[in-house]
Design a protein around this ligand. Structure first.
Ligand code: HEC
Length: 205
């Protein structure tokens, strides 16, 4: 009987390894590869902010846009500008607020201990999926102090009210994975459906 249990345990190992490495495709989709070209002459502005960036400066991995500096506490260096060459600024993808781009995680209000543990697990390879290599590179190059500072900063944030809009609908609209590996509502669906359905889970800012 004991032998049988060991056999079963070994039989299960490959399955466990695959599950840890991949993650479901719908949750961890692979987007179009390579960043689109950015235009340094294209000036960007957003309503309510007196700041101005161009497409290149807004996407600077070591000093990305900070549209509303008065709406957050002073950022630790690692969040605001990162550390060259491998620690891209956290605010590039998680935003200065931690609310995050749709393709990255929302880290606002997670506990500081959880954030530090997640970073350690990205670094040591225990957390792996289609989307984790970006975080693994960053976390491996971070010091424990940088992990703590980033963790404490994002833990102190409250997720912004209304940032994610959830709409209940009978069916989830058809979507596709576009630039930045973000999921967009497909144009055909948008035309044919009501405004409520097409705004399913739309990010408002
Ligand atoms: C280039 C984009 C990018 C940058 C820069 C970035 N992240 Fe991430 N981060 C991601 C993506 C994508 C994920 C989702 C990966 C996954 O789920 O495996 C993620 C996930 C995380 C998570 C896990 C959240 C959860 O709910 O478990 C934490 C914590 C995190 N990032 C912290 C940071 C910190 C701290 C920095 C700055 C030092 C940073 N990230 C910089 C893209 C980025």
């Amino acid at each position: 009987m004991r032998k049988l249990i060991w056999l079963l345990a070994f039989a299960c190992l490959p399955t466990v390894a695959v599950a840890q490495n991949a993650g479901p495709d719908w949750a961890y989709p692979v987007g179009p590869q390579g960043a689109p070209p950015r235009d340094a002459n294209k000036i960007l502005k957003v309503p309510g902010s007196d700041k101005q960036y161009n497409e290149v400066s807004a996407n600077d991995a070591f000093g990305p846009a900070d549209w509303f500096p008065n709406e957050h506490a002073p950022m630790p260096t690692v969040v605001a500008t990162g550390k060259k060459p491998d620690v891209r600024a956290c605010s590039l993808c998680h935003l200065t607020t931690g609310d995050g781009h749709p393709e990255s995680a929302n880290v606002a209000g997670l506990s500081a201990a959880y954030i530090q543990r997640a970073l350690r697990e990205f670094a040591n390879g225990r957390r792996k999926n289609n989307r984790s290599p970006v975080m693994a590179t960053i976390a491996k190059a971070m010091t424990p102090d940088e992990m703590r500072e980033a963790g404490e900063y994002f833990a102190a944030r409250k997720p912004a009210a209304g940032y994610t809009k959830v709409v209940e609908a009978a069916e989830v609209p058809k979507s596709f994975i576009g630039e930045g590996a973000m999921r967009f509502v497909s144009p055909a669906t948008r035309r044919s459906r009501s405004a409520a359905a097409s705004s399913w889970c739309r990010r408002t800012r």
